[in-house]
Structures are given as C-alpha cells and as structure tokens.
Design a protein around this ligand. Structure first.
Ligand code: UDP
Length: 413
C-alpha cells in the first residue's frame, strides 16, 4: 500500500482503503481526465489537488487539466456563477462569444488528451462547451456542478443547458440542486480532507496560543461561528442568540471569525455592523483573519465548546463538517446542506431563530456529557459520510457504472 493512502488508512480505517482498491481494480487501464479552470484557490481546486493523486495511487491513469482564458472570459463565467446561484444577470452576447471561442482554443490544446480519454469530468460551467467540440470523442463525459443551483436564473441556465444536456451524466452536491436534464444525475456531496492543515490534530499548546493571541479566556465557555461576513451567514442573528444565552450562562464568550472583506463591499458593511454590535462587550470577539489562517481556524474550532452556523441559506457548509470532525455539536440554520449534516438532536440542533439558537446554546453549555456525546456522533457521522475517501469512492463507483453497460456483470471481489 502506498504512503499517501496509508496515511488515510490511519484516519478512516484500513477497510475503507481496501474497498477503494477493490473498486479501482476493475478500472485499471482507464484514462481519466478532470478539467476545471483554476489550479489554485477555491473548493474545486482544493478537492482535485487530493482526489487526483489518490486516484493515481489506486492505479488509474488520472490527469488534471486546467483551461485558461482572458479576464473577459472570467468576467463572463463569474456572471454564470452568480446566475446559477439565482441572481438575475444579463450576459452580453460579446462575452458569450469570448466564452465559446476560449473553449475552442482550449479544445485544440487539449485535443488528443480529451479525445482519447475513457472518462472526462468537466467541472462547473467554465469548460462546459468542450464536449460539443469533440464530436469524435471516445469516452464518457460527466459534468460536475459544484454550485448551489437549486433556483438558477432561467435565461442563463437555458443557454448553458444546451451544452450540458449533451453530457452522459451530471453530478450535483445535493438532491435539491438536480435539474431537468436528459441524462442520469448523480448526487455526490462535498467532503473535507482530514489531513489538511484546517483539520489535522493540533497540539494543545497551539490551541492555547491561538486563544491567548485573541485574548479569549480558555477557562470560560466559548461559542464559535466561522464564516465570511455575509448576511446569509446571519452573524447578527448569532449575536442576538448569544446575548439571550448569556443571561443564563453569564461567563459565555462568543467568537465570530471571518475572512477578509476588502474585495467585497457588502462584506465590509456586514463586518462594520457586526463590529458596532460587538462594541463595549469584551466577551464578544470579532476576528478578521487572513485567507491562509487554516491552523488558526482549526485551533478555534477545537477550542470551542459549541460551534454555530446559523446560516439563512447554505449550499453545503464546510465549516459545519470541519467542526463536527473536531467532535463539536453544531447548532445550524435549518437550511440547505446543513440539514444533510446536522441530524437534529443527534449530531447537533437545527434552528430557525436567534431564540432557538440561544435555547440550544444554553442546553449544550450546561451539559458537558451531552456535548461530548453529540460531538462524538458528529465526528462519526463525518467519518462515515463527508471525508475525501468517501468522495473518491463515489467517483470510482460512478466511473464503474458509466463504463459498464446494463448487460455487464460487475464483480467486486
Ligand atoms: N474559511 C476560512 N477563513 C474564513 C472563513 C471561512 O478559511 O475566514 C473557510 C472555512 O473554514 C471553510 C470555507 O472557508 O473551509 C467556507 O466554506 P463554507 O462551505 O462553510 O461556506 P462558503 O464560504 O463557501 O459559503
């Protein structure tokens, strides 16, 4: 067994890794290609960075190709992203031409690799037109959507759907994101990497140092929300919930940790509002963190007694997964992907109001045994469902299904 997979075996158990080998065995000799539009930054690149080498270690010839484009191209695809998330944007026909021409140039460059591949995963809308440019393709092509597309802006979706309908299958993260399309759709939720800096075990002294750096008292209860300062994350609602809970648990501290808002005017407004609300309360810590503060976030999640993610709308909510993996019960907004992770009364609580959040904070903060019981269930739930090894298994089984006809017998022994 190779060293990278060996390391994962220590976290998820050898059985899980053996199962991956078992499925991969039927796929040896296949050429798989992933195509997206960035090698660095964003969740897709983060996932591929681990998924691709792990698939290779399983003996499957896997490549990761990245298309390139001009700033105009990215301006166009950013509009697509917003539109798929429900924003009414009109895209200039000139930009649509840039979009299609850019894909044509990339198709020429990637020609032999894509034409001969057995399985091609095209991630998100940016490279979606590629398929149309390979009428002589050999393999099965899958469109993988990472976006919350439950209510897309119709005119833009109709335009993109013309490209996407041609695929052999598509993948969405949640059942509610699935769309009327003329091919089979798979639901594969995202995952976290237990070996990433954000999630690895930390020595106690590092956790203590992080708390000291922000003048957070480790001997008093800590409730934490990690989020961009975005209205959909409802930081104001979290503060109201904390204030109510504090009347019952006077020692309570709240930590709101979020990334830079300088490139997001709305984010700055929300951050300013949050700071104003926090003024004069030494127990309310608003932390503005740099984008690479992975170990700091890790330390805060480990130091917290209870983690909150009181979103009003949430595609998946990786912060929920990260906290649950650290054995924390999560009080989450009753919405989107949080519902998939927080099993009410088992791995945490689902809430719709600040009052509901306060009630659950009070309950959990008063009962250490309950906290650790729910936290343990939360960690087990993530181990079984939301780690990168599960994600990899889903991809392998999907490839297995797509590369075998209905009449074939698939033997996994
Ligand atoms: N995150 C971060 N720094 C911050 C805020 C968030 O690194 O200041 C990370 C967080 O740990 C998680 C991701 O960004 O891994 C946010 O993903 P999620 O699905 O929770 O929300 P999104 O921001 O994509 O809506």
């Amino acid at each position: 067994m190779s060293s990278l997979l060996d390391t994962y075996a220590q976290v998820v158990g050898r059985d899980v890794i053996e199962q991956l080998y078992q499925v991969a065995d039927s796929l040896s000799g296949l050429r798989v290609v992933h195509v997206n539009s960035t090698r660095l930054g964003g969740g897709v690149a983060e996932i591929l960075e681990k998924l691709v080498p792990l698939t290779r270690e399983l003996g499957i010839d896997t490549r990761w190709e990245v298309i390139s484009g001009t700033p105009e191209f990215y301006r166009c695809t950013k509009s697509f992203h917003d539109a798929l998330q429900g924003v009414a944007v009109s895209v200039d026909p000139g930009l649509l031409r840039v979009f299609e021409d850019t894909n044509a140039v990339n198709a020429e460059q990637l020609g032999p690799i894509l034409r001969d591949a057995d399985v091609v995963f095209i991630h998100d809308p940016q490279p979606a037109p590629l398929l149309k440019l390979f009428p002589d393709r050999k393999g099965r092509w899958i469109w993988r959507c990472h976006i919350d597309i439950h209510r897309p802006y119709r005119p833009v979706w109709r335009y993109l759907r013309d490209f996407i309908s041609l695929y052999d299958a598509s993948i969405f993260s949640l059942p509610s994101f699935a769309q009327p399309l003329p091919h089979v759709q798979y639901i594969i939720p995202p995952s976290i990497d237990p070996l990433a800096q954000k999630n690895v075990d930390l020595p106690d002294h590092e956790i203590v140092a992080a708390l000291e750096r922000f003048a957070i008292d480790r001997d008093r209860p800590i409730v934490l929300q990690v989020s961009r300062f975005d209205r959909f994350k409802d930081p104001v609602g979290v503060i109201h919930g904390y204030r109510l809970a504090k009347t019952f648990v006077p020692a309570l501290q709240l930590v709101l940790a979020g990334g830079s808002a300088t490139d997001d005017p709305d984010g700055e407004v929300v951050l300013a509002e949050v700071r104003q609300l926090a003024e004069g309360d030494p127990d309310l810590h608003v932390l503005h963190l740099p984008p690479d503060a992975h170990r700091t976030i890790n330390a805060l999640q480990r130091a917290a007694d209870v983690v909150v993610q009181k979103s009003l709308r949430e595609g998946f909510g990786l912060t929920v997964t990260e906290a649950m993996w650290k054995g924390k019960p999560v009080i989450g907004g009753d919405t989107g992907g949080i519902r998939l992770q927080v099993v009410d009364y088992h791995t945490g609580f689902l809430v719709s109001t600040p009052e509901g959040a306060a009630l659950r904070m009070r309950y959990l903060l008063r009962d250490r045994a309950k906290r650790s019981e729910m936290g343990q269930k939360a960690r087990d739930f993530v181990r079984d469902n939301f780690l990168i090894t599960r994600h990899l298994r889903d991809y392998l089984t999907l490839i297995l299904g797509l590369t075998h006809g209905a009449e074939d017998r698939i033997e996994l022994s």
